[in-house]
Write a protein that binds this ligand. Structure first.
Ligand code: ARG
Length: 393
């Protein structure tokens, strides 16, 4: 019986070559395509996979699972890596790997495979997820092993093996896209001093082409999850799509980073997450209204850890699970509406309201009606400063 492998297939050059590479080594290949909102033409890729030698192609619509069980958990956590990356790629890997494992189990395949290189984080995320969910599966990473060292060698291999692929124009960057955002790297971006041209960006307008007038939006949250956009109830997928258009048109959601990869190197990354940045900003603004100081500050520390876990491929781990429970406990207060102003690359909070608001105007006001008893401050400060009275350092 042939060795059966389910390959996470993107339709691009690497994974198309991988199909043939496996076939040439006696494997029966099932191509697995996860739809996480990347907007691929799955019909075209399906044909391509079959023509290249796959015996079967699976297209799995994971969009709502991705949003509900991955993206919104990260949003509730306020997870952002190294201050600028909303983790679009990193969040998609565990959901794709989960789908891949389920497909392998259904198809009774002993092997799963991915097309990641040996230098990135994605290989780690895929493999750690597979290891956690089904340790009996063997994982193959052809791109990490094969003798095709450059893109032109891969193109040569594709030509020699009649692999249908657009090889004519050289791709300027390596790109990964899903509903939550896009990650762009390599090519000219490898020079950290090089300013990416406007043509690098795909989901956001440059400031010069943004509308002169700001765009105001209202996001309503229930339990930390966005449920309405401008008063209209929507499911997560539609809300993200709609908002991504609005924020992208206002140039919101870009970041340009030098980031620390898990495998020890620094890399230059361009990200766009227009809906992600708007929702992250709105969510944090609402939390600042409804969470008390200690809970909020503690949660900020948890956010850093949470982002690391996502980035490091540690989604299916006890710590991540425990943090989700903590975060969910905090989110019961996160109900309300935030008003954002999107304008020429800026996303500013201009209003927030909540039935759980801890903001008390009669305590905060400097006007008439002040209920704050200022006489209590004297004693409070006396005790607060007591340990340090006269203390020299
Ligand atoms: N550096 C980012 C991460 O590790 C993005 C990776 C993008 N992957 C890609 N194939 N272009 O999450």
């Amino acid at each position: 019986m042939a060795k059966k492998v389910v390959l996470a297939y993107s339709g691009g050059l690497d994974t198309s070559v991988a199909i043939k590479w496996f076939v040439n080594r006696g494997y029966e290949v099932i191509a697995y395509m996860a739809d996480v909102g990347q907007g691929s033409d799955f019909e075209v890729y399906k044909k391509r996979a079959l023509q290249t030698g796959a015996v079967k192609v699976i297209v799995d619509d994971l969009k709502s699972e991705f949003v509900k069980d991955f993206v919104f958990k990260a949003l509730k956590a306020d997870a952002i890596y190294e201050g600028g990356y909303l983790l679009a790629t990193a969040l998609s890997r565990p959901v794709i790997a989960k789908g891949l494992v389920k497909a392998a189990q259904r198809e009774k395949a002993g092997f799963v495979a991915h097309g990641c290189t040996g230098k990135g984080n994605d290989q780690v995320r895929f493999e750690v997820t597979v290891m956690a969910l089904d340790p009996s599966l063997k994982i193959l990473a052809p791109v990490r092993e094969w003798e095709l060292k450059t893109r032109s060698e891969e193109i040569e291999y594709a030509k020699n093996n009649n692999i249908p692929i657009d090889t004519t124009k050289k791709k300027p960057y390596s790109i990964d896209v899903n509903l939550w955002g896009i990650s762009i790297e390599s090519g000219k971006l490898e020079d950290p001093y090089y300013e990416p041209g406007e043509d690098t960006y795909q989901l956001t307008k440059g400031i010069d082409s943004c509308a002169a007038k700001p765009c105001y939006i209202e996001v309503e949250f229930r339990g930390g999850i966005p449920v309405r956009l401008n008063g209209i109830a929507m499911n997560g997928v539609s809300l993200i799509r709609k908002l991504a258009k609005m924020a992208g048109n206002a140039g919101v959601g870009r970041s340009d980073m030098i980031e620390n990869r898990l495998v020890g190197i620094k890399s230059r990354e361009i990200y766009e997450a227009p809906a992600g940045l708007a929702l992250y900003t709105a969510h944090k603004a609402l939390e600042s209204l409804v969470l008390d100081r200690e809970l909020m500050h503690y949660k900020d520390a948890v956010a850093l850890k949470y982002a690391e876990l996502v980035y490091y491929g540690l989604w299916y781990t006890p710590l991540k699970n425990a943090l989700d429970k903590f975060i969910d406990e905090t989110q019961k207060y996160v109900n309300g509406t935030v008003r954002l102003k999107l304008h020429k690359g800026n996303c500013s909070v201009v209003g927030r309201k909540s039935p759980n608001s801890l903001y008390k105007k009669d305590l905060a006001t400097y006007e008439k009606g002040d209920k704050f008893d200022q006489s209590l401050a004297k004693g409070f400060i006396e005790l607060w400063g007591l340990p340090y009275k006269g203390r020299r350092i």
